[in-house]
Design a protein around this ligand. Sequence first.
Ligand code: MG
Ligand code: MG
Length: 259
Amino acid sequence: MIKPKTEEEIELLRENAIIVSKTLAEVGKAVAPGVTTKQLNKVAETFIRDNGAIPSFLGFEGFPAAICASVNDVVVHGFPSDYVLKEGDIVSADIGTLYKGYNGDSCYTFPVGEVSPETRKLLDVTKESLYRGIAAAVAGARIGDIGYAVQSYAESFGFSVVRELEGHGIGREMHENPGVPNYGRPGRGTHLVDGMVLCIEPMINAGGRAVYLDRNGWSVHTADHKNSAHYELTIVVRKGRAEQLSTFDFIEKDGKIKF
Ligand code: MG
Ligand code: MG
């Protein structure tokens, strides 16, 4: 039995989620051809610390940076590096915070300059698959309903769902039960109850779903080296409609930047 969060805990998770959401927007403003992923890491780490939070990924099981910066065929857990972003790339920024004893965790895949129509489609479909997953995360439903919603939408465009990684509960720990797979069957798995806080995070590949682990022991690549996109939001399961704690509004509703 997974204990739902109290409203007090949810408020602390919301504070984290807002810091992460704003950090993603700061990173988004910095994304451009000619910028290195290390520079993005610096922007994020500075913003997180300026807001009194701790970048929770740094040192997590030995992870070497404040953010995961996953470029093109890297699905997740890319190391920020001296790689210089170029027009047409995509870069996923996955960001975590620890603030007042609770965690934040969200991700956005940014296009670098103009991307191909195929890549734009991958980004749009992956983000929409996340929203479909969120729409399925209501009290009385089950974990399999979320995965089914994500998978059926993404696969209808010929894209594929990474199976090796999944979303999760979040609270005092960054990763709590239940796991939230991005594939599944309706009516199966853990029962969703009001107050359960989940990170839903589809990782969708333009090509096949097979992936492999980089020699660095962390970064996951697509086996066919086609692009992969990743969007993640933190939500509260509620009756009738899930409540979003993190948001992409700071990225997408800023007049200066348009994704
Ligand atoms: Mg994440
Ligand atoms: Mg996560």
